[in-house]
Design a protein around this ligand. Structure first.
Ligand SMILES: O=C(O)CCC(=O)C(=O)O
Length: 288
């Protein structure tokens, strides 16, 4: 007889993401950007020097002395490291961990423009949309086994996430699915397990609908404004996210509110009562 834990678990309703090799500005705007639909563009970054140049050894040899902030699961857990780094270490030490270990350890929102500006020369800005920020060019670099928990980008930007090397499994859901994801109040986070959903604890997850994709090196994923995303590093991975603001007033206002009010309040409450505040958010999120 098969025990309950051995039976295959019901999965989330996740569709695949459309994939094109290239797309015109107009088709992208009409079919993906304006209707807020994700898309993989295989060749958007085809001519970026970064694709061939950026390897773990390159970073170690050329920029190994730079101090970098690294993050682990403490980023989303109540306590001193909530929403902040686990530690700061030389990039060369981090690269050693990337090459030799499997663990949840990653560089997160590392702004290459302010930290290692010369790297920006290895990226060619696509003209697929107007308004891509030249100041906030974020690198995400992690060991195999890293997980970026389910969240949406607090400023409600649209994101173009290009995998330089390493594969990732990415789960995406529209902003409106926050209730089905049992969003924690005053945060842009959810703590559901999208790979092994627990429908007893998270009953509304049964109604959640989204997308899942394996992003291959060189490919770019368009993550529309407000979309929830969860990333599993199947291999040691390095990616660059380019971003542009939401084009709607509603999106812009939501972004300002999230950044200036919601986030400040959440951080303050975490300082005052880390466990108590976290437990209250959890209780609210799990309410049926
Ligand atoms: O690659 C990651 O770990 C996270 C990416 C992300 O959250 C983003 O680009 O907004």
């Amino acid at each position: 007889m098969i025990s309950e834990s051995e039976q295959s678990l019901p999965a989330l309703k996740l569709a695949s993401v459309d994939k094109v090799s290239t797309i015109s500005r107009k088709d992208f705007s009409d079919s993906y950007f304006t209707p807020l639909k994700p898309l993989i563009i295989e060749d958007l970054a085809k001519s970026w020097p970064a694709l061939n140049k950026w390897t773990p050894d390159f970073f170690k040899d050329q920029h190994g002395n730079n101090l970098v902030k690294v993050y682990d699961e403490g980023f989303v857990t109540a306590g001193d490291h909530y929403m902040s780094q686990a530690k700061s270490i030389p990039l060369s030490e981090f690269i050693d961990a990337v090459i030799t270990t499997s663990q949840d350890l990653r560089m997160f929102l590392y702004n290459i423009k302010s930290q290692i500006p010369v790297l920006v020369d290895d990226i060619i800005f696509p003209d697929i949309v107007d308004g891509l920020s030249k100041h906030f060019i974020f690198m995400f670099f992690g060991c195999k086994g890293s997980v970026t928990q389910m969240h949406f980008d607090i400023d409600m930007s649209h994101v173009f996430h290009t995998a330089i090397f390493g594969r990732k499994t990415i789960t995406l859901l529209p902003f409106e699915q926050g209730n089905n994801l049992h969003r924690y109040p005053f945060t842009c986070r959810s703590y559901v397990d999208v790979h092994q959903p627990d429908f007893k604890q998270h009953p509304r997850l049964k109604d959640a609908q989204g997308y899942q994709v394996i992003l291959e090196p060189g490919e770019t994923l368009f993550i529309p404004s407000g979309y929830w995303h969860h990333l599993v590093y199947e291999e040691a991975s390095c990616a660059i996210s380019l971003r542009c603001p939401s084009q709607t007033w509603q999106g812009k206002l939501q972004g300002f509110y999230n950044l200036l009010i919601m986030q400040s309040f959440d951080r303050l409450m975490n300082k005052l009562s880390p466990k108590g505040w976290f437990n209250w958010k959890k209780q609210q999120a799990l309410k049926v």
